[in-house]
Design a protein around this ligand. Structure first.
Ligand SMILES: *Cc1c(COP(=O)(O)O)cnc(C)c1O
Length: 396
């Protein structure tokens, strides 16, 4: 990208930003950004070192704080999400944890949507209470529950939309206004949609967190995470991360930054494959139901088409016959992978009730729409006809 100061990357379109918004090149003039495998950086002299530590001047000190590769990854993601600032973290969960822990103190309250990633649920139910931080879960679609549960000491609102794995949606514009009117930051886990399909900050969120492990890597290779958004909020996250150490490795940042270059083309294919698969299986004799945000039968179809540009890559199949039938279908898969990840080039089928969400009680699972026969299909980039044929034979 040009280093000419009149060149404004914010004026570029999404695909171009994802490819061209790269770190300034070194004196070696490399075209592909190199990997900076160094734990620390040299100081010019004692005064330079002092000024760096006093944060009077910007620059690299130590890779726990920042590194050219993590900087490049974060700068791109800030452009794509429309965030003013950001940090990279070692995993999605370290992003989620940092975004919460950096902002709460004993006596504070957090309001969250009920349908959350399993480990995020563990942070609210097991970890925050140890530190005297309370929480409540609101019911996504019921606006009165947000009104009823918000408190004077609510320090942040945390949500996931679409939710993993129930594909429940939350109206970002409505909740953004609700949060802003009360001066409470809204934090959105945008893992399922990615900024290509949904831009929460433009709709009213203060901060977006990511598991970059999923669609941002998109190839099932590395763990990574990020927090982007409001400058003041990010200052707290940066300081917290700097001292607690959930740093993303340079290698993972280098891969993730390259992966962002293909995010748009990959998401287009994930979405068209997922819509084809969901349409094919809707009404199937061996299924109780199929759920996908861009199927008109999704209870929040109107909201989905308003706040997302496409429906994403995840389809939920509710197998008739519950646990046993769901597990039998999994064991008969020949092409699709049976694994716990999602957002890979390869189609992955997961049974949340016995894996990712097994720590929830059956009643808690029921409340967020995770039935015993629910199969989460992360539709990959294969030819979708082959994927459909495999699921057909597994269900037969
Ligand atoms: C996977 C996932 C996470 C956690 O990310 P890791 O990179 O596995 O730590 C958080 N939120 C959602 C919605 C996820 O799917």
């Amino acid at each position: 990208m040009s280093t000419d100061s009149s060149f404004d990357p914010t004026s570029l379109t999404f695909e171009t930003q994802a490819i061209r918004a790269q770190h300034a090149v070194s004196p070696d003039r490399e075209h592909s950004v190199p990997l900076y495998l160094t734990s620390s950086f040299r100081f010019d002299d004692a005064e330079h070192a002092r000024a760096m530590f006093a944060e009077e001047i910007q620059g690299n000190i130590y890779s726990r704080y920042a590194n050219p590769n993590t900087d490049e990854f974060v700068q791109k993601l800030c452009l794509l999400e429309g965030g003013a600032d950001g940090i990279a973290t070692a995993s999605g969960m370290s992003a989620v944890f940092t975004a919460i822990a950096a902002r709460v103190s004993a006596g504070d309250h957090v309001l969250a949507s009920r349908a959350l990633f399993g480990s995020t649920h563990q942070i609210f139910t097991r970890i925050l209470p140890k530190w005297g931080v309370s929480f409540d879960y609101a019911d996504a679609a019921d606006s009165t529950s947000w009104e009823r549960l918000v408190r004077p000491n609510t320090r942040l609102i945390f949500i996931e939309t679409p939710s993993n794995p129930g594909l429940e949606l939350i109206d970002l514009e409505w909740l953004g206004n609700f949060a802003r009117a009360r001066g409470i930051p809204l934090v959105v886990d945008n893992c399922f949609a990615t900024p290509y399909l949904q831009r929460p900050i433009a709709l009213g969120a203060s901060v977006v967190v990511h598991s970059a492990t999923k669609y941002i890597d998109g190839q099932g290779r590395v763990l990574g995470g990020a927090i982007v958004g409001d400058r003041e909020y990010l200052a707290d996250c940066r300081s917290f991360a700097r001292h607690t150490g959930p740093a993303l490795s340079a290698f993972n940042a280098w891969l993730l930054s390259k992966s962002l270059e293909t995010l748009a083309v990959r998401m287009d294919r994930h979405c068209s494959n997922a819509l084809a698969l969901a349409s094919h299986f809707e009404g199937h004799a061996k299924l109780d139901s199929v759920r996908y945000p861009f199927l008109p039968s999704h209870p929040q179809y109107a909201l989905a088409t308003r706040q997302m540009s496409q429906g994403g890559g995840i389809v939920v199949l509710n197998v008739t016959g519950g646990l046993d039938a769901g597990r039998r279908a999994l064991d008969r898969l020949q092409l699709c992978s049976h694994s716990a990840n999602l957002g890979d080039t390869r189609t992955i089928v997961t049974h949340p009730a016995s894996t990712t969400h097994s720590k929830l009680t059956p009643a808690e699972r029921e409340a967020v729409g995770i039935g015993d026969g629910l199969l989460r299909v992360s539709v990959g980039l294969e030819n979708v006809a082959d994927v459909i044929a495999d699921l057909e034979q597994a269900l037969r």
